[in-house]
Design a protein around this ligand. Structure first.
Ligand SMILES: *[C@@H]1O[C@H](CO)[C@@H](O)[C@H](O)[C@H]1NC(C)=O
Ligand SMILES: *[C@@H]1O[C@H](CO)[C@@H](O)[C@H](O)[C@H]1NC(C)=O
Length: 328
């Protein structure tokens, strides 16, 4: 993995990836992919991207034409990306939402995540055509009900400082992490070429990724179309909770995802993606060498931070809570 300054990263000649920050758009119980139309959805999510995000997001609507701002640094990206939210569970059983902080390389965005779109890997498109997602396209990776950490693309890093990237583990770190916990979600990149979605939001895609941003294997004939390798990194600021006297007496780690106070390992980590780049901006980028030579438009950190939406669901998600929101 390469750690260049943002300016250098934008200027580096050979690279075959986009890496950019998006500020928090909203934190609330909505999930237009898994529970469309449901207000509230089962559990709390943290969401980044375009401000057309709402409970329905009908696939027939071209979201990129509905949104009027985005919390992402690339101002033509009106897609939405979301994950569950991390909570700290105190000894007395109360929950407190863990704040997020931005990637140090990407400026002072408010919370949010780092987004990657890779061709084959950081340096090459593998001489392959990389086909952009289409309007209406959506997918998920991971599952709240997973009971083991089998997907090499779903990982955690215990941050010793903001630049720590290894090792990656399948489960939540079991010791306090001095600079927080990074949650990493790599999406599958092989498409069946036909379906914008599937009943479980995963079967139209196939994962040949090996984790850790290394080149993925070839796409199978069932899912022959290579798409960008999309990944999300979320930095959870667990520092306020690092005092071991606050941790469970049995020494286990105290963090849980917003969907299940019993998932002590974090194997149920998952993420959702709903594509909405403007026009052919993403395809033009994937066809370019280097990627940024096609004049992709950017916006300031201040403009990214300004793009937020009001929650559709009015509830307290931030106090010390007797139960996770939706689970009382
Ligand atoms: C979501 O936005 C679409 C497009 O603007 C709109 O048609 C729909 O009614 C909205 N749904 C909700 C639940 O607000
Ligand atoms: C539970 O513990 C937390 C952390 O020590 C504390 O801030 C909170 O007030 C406690 N809640 C109750 C209901 O005692």
């Amino acid at each position: 993995m390469k750690w260049l300054s943002p300016v250098l990263a934008l200027a580096a000649p050979a690279h075959a990836y986009l890496r950019f920050g998006c500020a928090t758009l909203s934190v609330q119980r909505l999930d237009p992919v898994v529970e469309p139309g449901k207000i509230p959805s089962a559990h709390v999510h943290q969401i980044i991207g375009g401000n057309a995000f709402n409970a329905t997001m009908d696939p027939s609507i071209d979201v990129a034409n509905k949104a009027t701002c985005t919390s992402c640094s690339f101002s033509e990206d009106f897609s939405n990306y979301w994950t569950a939210v991390l909570y700290f569970k105190a000894r007395n059983g109360s929950y407190k939402r863990v704040p997020q902080y931005p990637n140090a390389l990407l400026g002072s965005l408010t919370g949010g995540m780092t987004v990657y779109y890779l061709q084959q890997d950081f340096n090459s498109n593998g001489k392959a055509k990389i086909t952009s997602f289409k309007p209406g396209f959506r997918m998920t990776v991971g599952s709240p009900s997973a009971s083991s950490g089998g997907n090499p693309g779903l990982r955690y890093t215990c941050l010793q400082d903001v630049m720590t990237r290894f090792p990656e583990t399948a489960n939540f770190p079991d010791k306090p992490c001095p600079a927080g916990i990074m949650a990493i979600h790599h999406f599958p990149a092989c498409w069946d070429g036909k379906n914008l979605d599937s009943p479980n939001h995963q079967d139209h895609m196939y994962n040949t990724g090996k984790g850790g941003f290394v080149a993925a294997g070839a796409c199978p004939s069932s899912h022959p179309v290579r798409m960008p390798q999309l990944a999300l990194e979320t930095m959870w600021d667990t520092r306020p909770f690092n005092d071991k006297s606050l941790w469970p007496a049995d020494g286990s780690q105290p963090f849980v995802w917003s969907f299940d106070g019993a998932d002590k390992k974090g194997f149920g980590t998952h993420a959702d993606y709903l594509f909405a780049w403007k026009g052919d901006a993403l395809q033009r980028t994937m066809d370019s060498t280097p990627l940024l030579s096609n004049g992709l438009k950017t916006q300031s950190v201040a403009d990214s931070n300004k793009c937020t939406i009001q929650p559709s669901v009015k509830e307290d998600i931030d106090s010390w809570l007797p139960a996770l929101p939706g689970y009382s």
